[in-house]
Design a protein around this ligand. Structure first.
Ligand SMILES: [Ca+2]
Ligand SMILES: [Ca+2]
Length: 125
């Protein structure tokens, strides 16, 4: 019985590791909503999804408690949400401070006073 339990546990880890939605976050240059893959939320350095002014895009399908390691702290001016979930932007790290909720399928300039202020983001379940 103990062997069977260990085997099942190993299988579970394996199944997780080949899941379709590997958590990842990276920065690339890009413009427009097409720069954001399906299943991800993307932050753009400049207004209007970088379409008037080329710049970097932070692409992520995981919540990020601190954008500074990606050199994207206090920098995002617009966004695209293709996660299928609500995303919450916070003006401080660790999901603290002011919040802005954006629905899946929406995009545009950062709502409220969140432009050049987002320091963390959470993808809701
Ligand atoms: Ca900016
Ligand atoms: Ca901030």
């Amino acid at each position: 019985m103990k062997i069977a339990a260990v085997a099942a546990g190993t299988l579970g880890v394996f199944a997780l590791s080949i899941g379709p939605a590997m958590a990842e976050a990276y920065v690339k240059p890009g413009q427009g909503a097409g720069a954001c893959p399906s299943g991800y939320v993307c932050l753009y350095d400049n207004l209007n999804l970088n379409q008037d002014d080329p710049g970097d895009v932070l692409v992520t399908n995981e919540s990020l408690a601190d954008l500074h390691p990606y050199h994207f702290g206090d920098r995002a001016s617009s966004y695209v949400n293709k996660t299928g979930h609500y995303v919450v932007f916070y003006d401080h790290g660790d999901y603290q401070g002011g919040q802005q909720f954006v629905a899946s399928g929406t995009s545009g300039n950062m709502p409220g006073s969140m432009g050049d202020d987002v320091s963390s983001l959470k993808i809701l379940p």
